[in-house]
Design a protein around this ligand. Structure first.
Ligand SMILES: Nc1ncnc2c1ncn2[C@@H]1O[C@H](COP(=O)(O)OP(=O)(O)OP(=O)(O)O)[C@@H](O)[C@H]1O
Length: 531
């Protein structure tokens, strides 16, 4: 980029290391004149132009009575004259309703489709997030006769295929004509919500899975999705949805024989004004995040068409309006005691405690559970656990059976759990983006919420500098009375003893299992079966 004379802010581990200057000017010209989402206000359904009455009823069933500002802003660009003329890049705070902002126009636009085929693809970085988004689509799409599928590896691939693809009747017999075979496959879904890994599995191996009719591509949590390659899913999807004439891409059919097979894409090189030789109908893209990257080289991967930038306010990062941030100053060795005292102060309100690693998540959760009389139920949630365990934990947390979730950053992005009133950063977030996404698990959809960060005195300066990058950097000290900390000392000593014993027995169990499986080779088999 330097050859173009641009000064590019580099992202380290996906977190924009921005200058500390309060205002930073985006490098990309189209990002410099955005649509300001804060100009919009909540709007009752009756005033939303063109909203399908069936969708209105579906939304009311969800308990909604109006659209939120980001949803109105996106609706305006996607429905009615001039709709979807440009790809949309949406930067809107956590909990502002971005999911429905893209789900609603996609469903409304597809509601008039005559033939079922896969027309919208939504890609998210994690399974739990994809499941959550699928539920939003599933709440509105059936109202207009659309089906939604999920490709996340929650069930076996064969089960997933049976949900996504209708097989031709003649498949049971022998047929050597591949062209004939391919014609019999039909999509069972109009909309697919997927994680990149499982999406790639279907692209490369599932017979009849095709993106040739795709009209909408949504990349949610864009900055995270662009940070990780995920088996090159993005270039693959873009390649598959481009006009493909064998003279232009002669290698395509040998790359993806089942996907392309004899079926020709319906896209043609565009002659319409503004398409500049791109395919028509154009694949419309929507990319979203609460911390959307501005890095031109990253955004270039998306191959956006005349992108329109929608963002909230003037500052690069926004926290939810009703979020209150607090810092809790404590000595490092007394941190668990401060946490327990804080949890007691919060009196059983739903709370997520974030740590910096899967190991500390496990240890902290184990330790907290040894503080017998906390009067709250606590569970852990981290990538160290099996997916089924994580999903179960999420379910009981949602239902309110447990009140405190100790989590690694697996829970940081996008997860929407109703009633979370507090977030506690047990370990200081290393980047402003981490702070924004962690804090954003509370104060969602206009609700109030609090984010507490436990800090040692030495960390305060760095933390305050970090917060300067958000619009509202006020973060007063929250005092935990020293008397409530002192009263926990004796129980802390015995809890620590128990933790030590537990860790030792877990370590020796792990060693035994490792020894056994290395002798029998069973561990290997199990792993590969899982993959
Ligand atoms: N029109 C609406 N009226 C009331 N509540 C809404 C509306 N739209 C969405 N919500 C609720 O707002 C909450 C946040 O929505 P959503 O998860 O889409 O936020 P988000 O902007 O994607 O957040 P994040 O950046 O953390 O992923 C959800 O609980 C959702 O049910």
């Amino acid at each position: 980029m330097s050859s173009l004379g641009f000064m590019v802010h580099l992202e380290r581990e996906g977190e924009m290391e921005e200058s500390t200057a309060k205002k930073s000017v985006p490098v990309l010209p189209w990002m410099r004149s955005p649509v300001d989402i804060t100009q919009f206000e909540d709007c009752p359904f009756d005033l939303i132009p063109c909203l399908d009455p069936r969708l209105k009823v579906a939304l009311q069933k969800l308990g909604f009575s109006s659209l939120l500002p980001v949803q109105i802003a996106v609706w305006q660009e996607t429905i009615g004259p001039g709709a979807f003329e440009r790809d949309l890049c949406i930067n809107s705070p956590t909990g502002s309703g971005k999911t429905l902002a893209y789900a609603l126009p996609i469903v409304q636009r597809l509601s008039t489709r005559a033939i079922k085929c896969l027309r919208a693809l939504i890609v998210l970085p994690t399974r739990d997030l994809a499941v959550q988004v699928k539920e939003v689509f599933a709440a509105i799409a059936p109202a207009v006769g659309l089906s939604v599928g999920l490709a996340v590896g929650q069930s076996s691939i064969s089960h997933e295929i049976s949900e996504l693809i209708k097989r031709p009747k003649f498949e049971a017999g022998i047929c050597y004509d591949r062209e004939y075979l391919m014609q019999g496959f039909e999509s069972s879904v109009d909309i697919l919500v997927a994680t990149p890994g499982r999406l790639m599995d279907h692209i490369t191996t599932t017979k009849g899975f095709t993106l040739e009719h795709l009209c909408y591509l949504v990349v949610d949590e864009t900055d995270r999705m662009l940070r990780e390659e995920y088996q090159s899913w993005l270039p693959t999807v873009l390649k598959m949805t481009r006009y493909h004439d064998e003279s232009i891409m002669p290698h395509v059919n040998s790359f993806f024989p089942y996907v392309f097979g004899p079926l020709k894409t319906i896209r043609r090189c565009g002659v319409e004004r503004g398409f500049k030789g791109k395919c028509y109908p154009r694949l419309v893209k929507m990319v979203l995040s609460a911390t959307l990257t501005r890095d031109p080289s990253k955004l270039a991967q998306l191959d956006l068409h005349h992108p329109l930038f929608l963002t909230s306010g003037k500052r690069r990062y926004q926290l939810p309006e009703k979020l209150e941030s607090y810092r809790v100053i404590c000595e490092s060795k007394l941190k668990p005691l401060y946490l327990v005292a804080l949890l007691q102060n919060l009196g059983g309100e739903k709370c997520i405690v974030f740590t910096s690693s899967v190991e500390s998540t496990h240890r902290l959760c184990t330790l907290l559970n040894f503080f017998g009389d906390l009067k709250v139920k606590i569970k852990e949630y981290s990538g160290l656990q099996r997916q089924s365990v994580r999903s179960k934990t999420l379910k009981v947390f949602r239902e309110g059976e447990i009140q405190v979730l100790v989590s690694s950053d697996a829970m940081t992005r996008g997860m929407d759990v109703e009633g979370v009133r507090n977030v506690i950063n047990y370990d200081r977030p290393p980047f402003i983006k981490t702070y924004i996404h962690r804090a954003g698990r509370t104060a969602r959809a206009g609700q109030a919420g609090r984010c507490f960060t436990l800090l040692h005195r030495d960390e305060v300066k760095r933390f305050r500098k970090l917060l300067q990058k958000v619009d509202n950097d006020s973060c007063p000290v929250y005092t935990v009375p020293s008397s409530s900390v002192e009263s926990l000392h004796s129980i802390y000593v015995s809890a620590l003893e128990k933790l030590k014993e537990t860790v030792e027995s877990e370590t020796s169990r792990k060693h035994k299992i490792g020894f056994k499986s290395s002798r029998t080779g069973r561990g290997k088999e199990k792993n590969s079966a899982k993959e």
